[in-house]
Design a protein. Structure first.
Length: 102
């Protein structure tokens, strides 16, 4: 799988803080947009992230940011992972984890 950047997974802990879980090479594809609501516009920015490691430690509800490293101090700039799909079929080169985040 071709990758274009690294992503870092951050998980909230029980004390209200956050811990960096891991960084993975990934294919990051962003979609910038707005949706029209009855009361006005709403931000509809999303990202599809493909991680070629089928054993990536990631869960629904984790936070993710583009880049590598422990600079996870500003959680407002991170996206929340909405779906995690493990595609563990086919050849080893095809196996991946697909994340949808917003």
């Amino acid at each position: 799988m071709i990758t274009n950047t690294f992503c870092t997974i951050v998980r909230m802990n029980k004390g209200g803080g956050h811990d960096v879980v891991a960084s993975y090479p990934c294919m990051w594809q962003e979609v910038d947009g707005f949706t029209a609501k009855r009361y006005g516009e709403d931000n509809a920015d999303t990202a599809d992230i493909y991680i070629p490691d089928i054993n990536a430690n990631v869960r629904k509800g984790d936070l993710i940011f583009r880049g590598e490293g422990p600079e996870a101090s500003d959680t407002s700039a991170m996206l929340t992972i909405m779906t995690v799909a493990r595609h563990d079929y086919g050849r080893d080169e095809m196996r991946h984890v697909r994340l949808c985040a917003r």
